[in-house]
Design a protein around this ligand. Structure first.
Ligand code: DX5
Ligand code: ZN
Length: 218
């Protein structure tokens, strides 16, 4: 398996200073940008014009996590503006394969996310259409929630399915990832870790990234 990647979530940063906050995570693999629409999730963050500026000032590529309804319509906008990876929710897409192909055609990595209650089984045969699958380990909407251990078996099943099919796709985990939970997550098979409060809640976010990476063995 490839090295573990750490993608800090800027949901926990100071929204008044994206440029400065992004500079503090220059040693990350990507910046995880949580887009919320107050409809798919009960919280609202920002949309295309703000993400475009975040991308322009980020020292690392953008990992856009779209927690928005009507992903089929809205997700391509993020690929068009140059987000390197675009994750949409399985629960919010009418035609996930068509959307994945559209994202790839626009030059982005295509990624599909599953909420804790969404089973992975219906998506296993579709995995070759994606560059990444994201298993949520909290209910999406807010940073700082506790890691849901009940999601670990799904991470294991995702890893088994990826290995069995011989696919080269990333397995991302998002929600409650910290120094306390990182080993469980990696042991279950994740290779891309999102961490919001564990990184931006630390005095030195860059050091927190290094610590997570070393605990993850990558
Ligand atoms: C939650 C977001 C996460 C969030 C993670 O809905 O998708 O990316 O920022 O925050 P922590 O790491 O604090 O759980
Ligand atoms: Zn996220």
């Amino acid at each position: 398996m490839s090295a573990i990647e750490i993608n800090p979530s800027i949901l926990s940063c100071d929204f008044a200073d994206f440029r400065g906050e992004l500079a503090r995570i220059a040693n990350a693999d990507m910046a995880h940008v949580d887009v919320m629409d107050n409809h798919f999730v009960p919280n609202l963050t920002f949309g295309p014009p703000v993400v475009e500026r975040i991308r322009a000032v980020s020292p690392v590529p953008i990992d856009a996590h779209l927690m928005i309804a009507d992903a089929d319509v809205h997700a391509p906008v993020y690929a068009e503006m140059g987000c390197e990876s675009v994750t949409f929710h399985a629960e919010a897409a009418a035609a996930p394969v068509r959307l994945a192909r559209e994202l790839r055609r626009l030059g982005a990595k295509a990624s599909i996310a599953l909420k804790p209650a969404t089973p992975i089984e219906p998506f296993i045969d579709l995995l070759p259409e994606f560059d990444q699958i994201l298993i949520m380990t909290v209910e999406p909407g807010f940073g700082g929630q506790s890691f849901l251990d009940v999601c670990l078996p799904k991470i294991r099943r995702a890893r088994a399915a990826i290995s069995e099919a011989g696919l080269d796709i990333k397995l991302q985990v998002d929600g409650g990832v910290s120094a306390k939970t990182v080993e469980r997550v990696v042991d279950a098979g994740a290779n891309v870790l999102v961490a919001g409060s564990a990184v931006y809640g630390a005095e030195n976010p860059a050091a927190a990234i290094d610590e997570l990476r070393s605990l993850a063995g990558g």
